[in-house]
Ligand binder design. Structure first.
Ligand code: UGA
Length: 434
């Protein structure tokens, strides 16, 4: 099939590349000239495991193209995917200006029937708004489809190639047939393609992300309670996760959820509920608890140093909001740095992929180390904010020889408690005994 993808962010680029991988001819369009030039020169603009290989293979085989010219991109496309940002607007509700703007531009240049598929996370009713933009500007028939994306950064390619499900909001039989063909190769294992009305499809995305954020937040609160009652959250997690109704995944406590999706989507769903005079209480609590959780590691540090960390120096391992990404949006590490610095401490950081992004926004606030051990020089204690694999099995003798004191505050529960006791560390993690 001939496909255009408008927007080459995480979702757009992964979508375009993975659609090319199953033999489709894909042209990706973006207004960012520098980025398009980079991609035309064969450079992947984001760090995403596995993407490089597919990206280059499909460019070489002539199935994946990049342009800044919208008209050229959509001319021959049967299906136009829109993967544009929906940042929170001033009032917290999703800002639709990119989507509606692109819809308007497309509506003015199409010459024949097109299927417009919205991949972005958008409020309920957006498909109707997009449809209205088309009918205002053209007589040409279009079908507008909601197709929320559930991929996770860091495993985006795998998630796209083998999705748990594909959700498609459309009532058009013609679209259903084409979409079943398009997505067929990705659901060969029998995972479902779920057709539903557009509004249900749009809400599914917010409900899924908000449910997952709630699940994590619930576990963070259980972890906080574990510390107070002398229980071990790892044991409790296994104990409840073995119940299939609860499930093992997304039960890992930590320093709060971050990233570009959960915080934004939970907030947007609360706003949408408010607008419809529904008080979505549980999600309001989720937001509140998550705010608190983001600096829980600093609370632990302050308690340990009796509220006086002025002049202390800390090493921080991990900046990205989660491993296998360079994405630092809403990363708990940034809140930790901010709180440490506000309390008069200094910080040296190391992250395998996220340092360039942090340099761009708070480069003057922290010192950047070349590797995880260099970060420990002159540090009074080590803090861990992201569970990168390289932090999981460090050389503890080396740590001991560099770090001023054997003190670790671990926001991701990377190490075995007994091992840390045996090694003689003061080891403070989340929801576990000291
Ligand atoms: C999330 C969803 O998982 C995807 O399904 C969705 O498509 C995506 O948002 C989106 O809307 O685009 P992502 O933000 O990439 O994906 O990251 P996750 O792996 O879901 O992690 C989100 C946050 O939850 C991270 O801060 C992570 O550290 C935290 N988390 C996750 C926990 O604290 N505990 C867990 O057990 C799992």
């Amino acid at each position: 099939m001939k496909i255009a993808v408008v927007g080459t962010g995480y979702v757009g680029l992964v979508t375009g590349t993975c659609l090319a991988e199953t033999g489709n001819n894909v042209i990706c369009v973006d207004i960012n000239e520098a980025k398009v030039k980079k991609m035309q020169d064969g450079q992947v603009p984001i760090y995403e495991p596995g993407l490089d290989l597919l990206f280059h293979r499909n460019i070489e085989q002539g199935r994946l193209h990049f342009t800044t010219n919208l008209a050229e991109a959509i001319e021959e496309a049967q299906i136009i995917f829109m993967a544009l940002p929906t940042p929170p607007g001033g009032d917290g509700a999703a800002d639709l200006s990119y989507i509606l703007g692109a819809a308007k531009d497309i509506s003015k240049i199409i010459k024949g029937y097109k299927i417009i598929v919205n991949k972005s996370t958008v409020p309920v009713g957006t498909a109707d708004k997009v449809r209205a933009v088309f009918s205002e500007n053209t007589d040409i028939e279009v079908d507008v489809v909601s197709n929320p994306e559930f991929l996770r950064e860091g495993v985006a390619v795998e998630d796209f190639m083998k999705p748990d499900r594909v959700v498609l909001g459309t009532t058009s039989e013609r679209v259903k047939k084409l979409m079943t063909e398009l997505y067929g190769p990705y659901v060969r294992q029998g995972n479902p393609i779920l057709f539903m009305d557009e509004r249900s499809s749009e809400l599914t995305k917010y409900a899924a992300n908000s449910f997952l954020a709630t699940k994590i937040t619930f576990m963070n609160e259980v972890a906080n309670l574990c510390e107070l009652v002398g229980a071990d959250v790892d044991a409790v997690r296994r104990g409840i996760g073995s119940d299939e109704r609860i499930g093992k995944r997304f039960l890992f406590p930590g320093i709060g959820y971050g990233g570009s999706c959960f915080p934004k989507d939970v907030q947007a769903l609360v706003m949408a509920a408010d607008e419809n005079t529904y008080d979505f209480q549980i999600l309001k609590s989720v937001m509140e608890v998550n705010e608190r959780q983001k600096t829980i590691l600093v609370d632990k540090v302050l308690k340990y140093y009796k509220n006086d960390i002025a002049g202390k120096h800390f090493a921080l391992w991990g900046l990205a909001f989660k491993p296998e990404t360079d994405d630092i949006r809403e990363a708990p590490a940034l809140y930790i740095i901010d709180a440490l610095v506000k309390n008069g401490a200094t910080v040296t950081v190391f992250d395998p992929e996220g340092m360039d992004n942090v340099k761009n926004i708070i480069g003057d606030k922290v010192v950047f180390a070349d590797n995880q051990y260099d970060a420990l020089k002159n540090a009074d204690a080590l803090l861990i904010a992201t569970e990168w694999s390289v932090f999981r099995n460090p050389d503890f003798e080396k740590i001991e020889s560099i770090l001023k004191n054997k003190v670790i505050f671990d926001g991701r529960n990377l190490y075995d408690l007994q091992k840390m006791i045996d090694l003689g560390y003061y080891y403070n993690s989340i929801g576990r005994k000291l």
